[in-house]
Write a protein of this length. Sequence first.
Length: 569
Amino acid sequence: MARNEANRTELVWRPDYPDPRRIPVGERKAMGEAPDVAGFLRWCDACVSALGTAREEIDALNVYPVPDGDTGTNLFLTFEAATAAGRAADTTLDAVVRAFIDGALRGARGNSGVIMAQLLRAAVRTVSTDPAGLNGRTVAAALTGASNAAYAAVGEPVEGTILTVAREAAGAAEAVAARADIADIADAAEVLTAAADAARVALAHTPEQLETLRRAGVVDAGGRGLCVVLDATVRVLTGRWQPGAEPVIGRQHVPTPVVEGDLTADGPAYEVMYLLDADDDRVPALRERLGPLGDSLVVVGGEGLWNVHVHVDDVGAAIEAGIAAGRPHRIAVTHFAEQTARTGRQPVLAGRGVVVMAAGPGLRRLFGEAGAQVVAGGVGHRCSTGEFLDAIRGCRAAEVIVLPNDGDSIAVAEAAAQQARDDGVRVSVIPTRVQVQGLAALAVHEPGRSFDDDVVAMTTAAGHARHGAVTVAARQAMTSAGPCEPGDVLGVVEGDFAVVGDDLHDVADQVVHRLLGGGGELLTLVIGDGAPEGLADRLERRIVDERPEIDVVVYDGGQSRYPLLVAVE
């Protein structure tokens, strides 16, 4: 990382990130300036990335209110749905925020996801509409409003949960914001940092407040998820967040909590969720009717659209309550005992499939011809959990191997894999970060092997594929190879921008020879959109003349932004 003094901006190049352009971090806005669309979406991406990284850890902590191990996945999917909706409405900030809030409400999953949707609804609206702009007091007001809204949405609030963590974070924010010198964007960061610190302290005390957590020896899963979001927000606001470089959160290994007894045999057997079109004045009566039916009642929303969540024994009564209030739709019913037994259920399907994310039409055709189920991705389109899940299910196989081929898509693929596992499908995600690693892995795929042996072989092939690329700088920046200007040709070697030049043929030649410097038997060239005519032929002739022992394979990938992708095996 280097500093461009003229622009007073830290610049980081991430060659495995799908959009090879300058990523400014560390630059602070003027005092009281309102957030903009780009900044808001950057925050959305940071939270999705952080929740994706922490997803498995949070799932492992999930013992309350039901030990079904899906809180991390639900929070991730809720935030992903909100972000996708906001990005689709990328016009004015008001439109993006409205779409984000609506997406969170419609996409909320599980008890914690519904509460998170309400927290986001209150907090984001406050920050985006405050005429004073983004300052310490605005942040404190947003957190306090979010906490109050979440408590109000829950039928019987329980301490030692995400609600407690949200309240303590808001209290710390208010304490710092009350100081007379709080006024500018730097102090907004200070307020939010204090809130995040307080949230972590509150999380550590949740086992003292909730007996279920104490017996299991874990902290609250929903509260942990809120801490992840607050920490990611601090990194964005202080300029420390970089796409594709999400730090590992928590422990590498999370022990499985020990939950005494069964799935609360005397508790409700079903989780019921639905969206409800209803006038706001009909909701109090709905809460009163649902409350006696069970527990974990959460009703969030407003302005005619609500998300209803409750644990009950009488599913019909819960749905009838919704009908009495308005029009329920997207009704989802989960039988807890069946859900917890899924991991031991034998899949009905047979065979093995492979799901691959491909970044260009040629690559999509290439992977498809090799028998893979293809998810279309690339620059400008971040694949969703739903797209990966549809592809996994589209394999109609008992075993599926997923190749995300992009650093930012690994967590998304993992979330989809977890949902597929709940359906009885055995899924393994190989963390391929670039397209050519996917090619190398798929080349050694052998369905006749055992599943574990096939995964090991494909993982080894992907890991041994040294990779590089050539792209063109879109903006002025500082790279590890020195400064570059718009139009300069940039060479990537093993994830680092190692060459800056003015001739694409010359830079491509340098990239290839640097990769071959470590030896190799097979050179793969994937030609992308914008590559000059004859690029592959010229490189191939030179390699054949200089290194006749090396086999050269050329594919027309059609990927954007990268005229050339290279792999050496």
